[in-house]
Design a protein around this ligand. Structure first.
Ligand code: GZL
Length: 322
């Protein structure tokens, strides 16, 4: 290349050196390679879970974290296999969203023996908390209490309730049931007349509710308490198909605060939802980075929950739709 033509390219060449030079320097300033974190996710059974996954992947990319993602399709066996694979890949840390709460101690002991920190995220495990760094989650008992308190005031403590339960064996389903029952037990005229799992799934919520509307006297049913919005939306479809008016003939209260439940509220079909933040990856990555810097990390990092009603549904829908 002739000298004069090289001079023409010089400014661009200098700019490129400055940009890439800075990036290399930055990486060296951090004194480390990008973190590699293995994430075993429950599955994609609900809109909330899908949002949680999308937000986690985006947060990892924003932070320059190399996230190895595994969708277990609601199988504990798949999760355990993924966890073993993360150990074989010598990841820097592991995030586990456990589908059910039992059966994790052996694999967590294997991971601990490999010197890899584990963050339990979303649902809980019954394994001893010495086997993991921290847990990032909502207080599911509180969510159940909040839903029941709203229903008690909405019905003056007089309501026969259908309960749609989440995944059998999951801490979310168990603790929401505990919290809800704690509160309605204070009201002699509040009673769960039928309780059945629909596995946190919308289609199953519709099937189970359609069946209940055949076996029970629909005019006796005052409300549906659903452990998540997806099952509630399925129940709304079944209630409409039975010629009844969800949100009026039968009140609908659930958990997750997904965009579609706010749409249902705007149509007069749902009455209340307790929020479950899908933004848990940030606190999880912060905890891992703090641990790797040798800083103390609490055993539980809670995410907050609040209740949302139709009066703010339009703005919540606009804010949350993806
Ligand atoms: C609760 C979470 C639940 C959601 C459901 O933290 O585990 O699982 O409420 C999801 O939507 O299926």
């Amino acid at each position: 290349m002739r000298p004069t033509s090289l001079l023409r390219w010089l400014p661009l060449l200098l700019a490129l050196v400055m940009v890439f030079g800075d990036a290399t320097a930055l990486a060296q300033d951090n004194g480390r390679e990008p973190l590699t974190i293995g994430f075993s996710q429950v599955g994609s059974e609900s809109d909330w879970r899908t949002a949680f996954t999308e937000i986690t992947l985006a947060e990892a990319e924003r932070r320059g974290i190399n996230l190895i993602f595994s969708n277990a399709e609601n199988s504990q066996e798949n999760q355990i296999a993924a966890l073993r694979s993360f150990v074989e890949q010598s990841v820097d840390a592991i995030m586990l969203a456990p589908v059910i709460e039992t059966g994790w101690a052996p694999i967590l002991q294997e991971i601990q023996a490999a010197g890899i920190p584990v963050v339990i995220i979303d649902r809980n495990v019954t394994a001893d908390d010495s086997l993991y760094l921290t847990r990032i989650s909502s207080d599911f008992v509180f969510e159940g209490r909040l839903a029941a308190a709203w229903l008690a005031q909405a019905t003056s403590g007089n309501c026969k309730i259908v309960e749609l339960q989440g995944t059998v064996g999951s801490s979310a389903a168990r603790d929401r049931e505990i919290g809800f029952n704690e509160v309605i037990s204070l009201f002699p005229n509040m009673e769960i007349i039928v309780s059945q799992t629909a596995d946190f799934r919308r289609a199953m919520g519709r099937e189970v509710m359609a069946s209940i509307l055949h076996t029970e006297n629909p005019s006796e049913i005052c409300a549906v308490w659903s452990h998540n919005d997806d099952m509630a939306i399925g129940a709304i479809e079944a209630i409409k198909a039975a010629g009844l008016d969800p949100g009026d003939d039968i009140l609908i209260v659930s958990v997750d605060a997904i965009p579609d439940i706010f749409l249902a509220m705007m149509n007069g079909d749902a009455n209340a939802t307790v929020e479950l933040s899908p933004y848990m990856a940030g606190p999880a990555f912060d905890a891992i980075e703090a641990y790797l810097r040798g800083e103390p990390v609490p055993k539980w990092i809670p995410v907050n929950a609040g209740i949302y009603l139709p009066d703010t549904a339009a703005e919540e829908y606009a804010r949350r739709k993806r």
